[in-house]
Design a protein around this ligand. Structure first.
Ligand code: ATP
Ligand SMILES: Nc1ccn([C@@H]2O[C@H](COP(=O)(O)O)[C@@H](O)[C@H]2O)c(=O)n1
Length: 213
């Protein structure tokens, strides 16, 4: 089974993706890490984020086995990732890698912005996770404080709003729910309740699949 989870920054996609994958015994890919890794590589080499050919080359050379979530999840890298994610050549360079991951035997859970619309349009189940920008900022700010990062709630909210705007407005693979996605608003749900709601969506899709034979 292929499970596609999309949604805006800090909506809880990764948390749900990881838990669903563990529950269903499927592999999980947080595709945001791919874009973060490209931005990180360019900046670490002293480069800029606006050279599409150089960024696409960095994307082609990514090895998902070497992604380091701890290093890539700090404040700042999300913004850089969303800048290079708007470059069509970068997105094109990452399509095959993501589809290969999704099509592994048994299936997989992938979370990102365009999984249900572009990467896996035939996914067996698609969930579009949302929450208010203020609630997402509250959660992400708490996460950063827990990691010892020095950043204000206002800065986190501004980053989330800027990324939402860029990710939704870009011409290539903009953030939007697939037509056949189930919407899951977690603003009022804690992690456990959100997981149970997402699992119910996945199980209903599994039953539909089974009844079709
Ligand atoms: N329903 C929830 N209630 C409270 N906190 C949550 C909920 N879901 C996720 N969180 C917390 O919110 C933060 C963001 O969640 P997560 O990293 O899963 O979001 P994301 O959508 O994958 O983010 P990104 O877009 O940056 O990859 C984490 O600290 C996570 O523990
Ligand atoms: N499928 C995806 C995944 C991510 N992006 C871009 O990367 C940025 C960082 O992603 P996080 O999920 O780690 O927050 C995000 O803001 C997007 O611009 C993407 O375009 N497609």
């Amino acid at each position: 089974m292929i499970v596609a989870i999309d949604g805006p920054a800090a909506s809880g996609k990764g948390t749900l993706g990881k838990r669903l994958a563990a529950h269903l015994r499927l592999a999980h890919l947080d595709t945001g890490l791919l874009y973060r890794a490209v931005a990180h590589r360019l900046l670490a080499a002293g480069g800029t984020l606006d050279d599409e050919a150089v960024a696409a080359e960095a994307a082609r050379n990514l090895d998902i086995r070497t992604l380091d979530p701890e290093a890539l999840r700090g404040p700042g890298m999300g913004e850089g990732a969303s800048v290079i994610a708007a470059l069509p050549a970068v997105r094109a360079a990452l399509v095959e890698l993501q589809r290969d991951f999704a099509n592994q035997p048994g299936g997989a859970v992938l979370d990102g912005r365009d999984i249900g619309t572009v990467i896996c349009p035939d996914a067996h189940v698609k969930v579009f996770v949302t929450a208010s920008a203020e609630e997402r900022a509250r959660r992400r700010h708490g996460e950063f404080l827990g990691r010892g990062e020095s950043v204000t709630y206002e800065e986190v909210l501004a980053d989330i709003r800027a990324r939402d705007a860029r990710d939704t407005a870009r011409a290539t693979a903009p953030l939007r729910p697939a037509e056949d996605a189930c919407l899951l608003d977690t603003t009022e749900l804690d992690i456990e309740a959100a997981f149970r709601a997402a699992l119910a969506i996945v199980e209903a899709a599994g039953q539909r699949l089974a009844s079709r034979g």
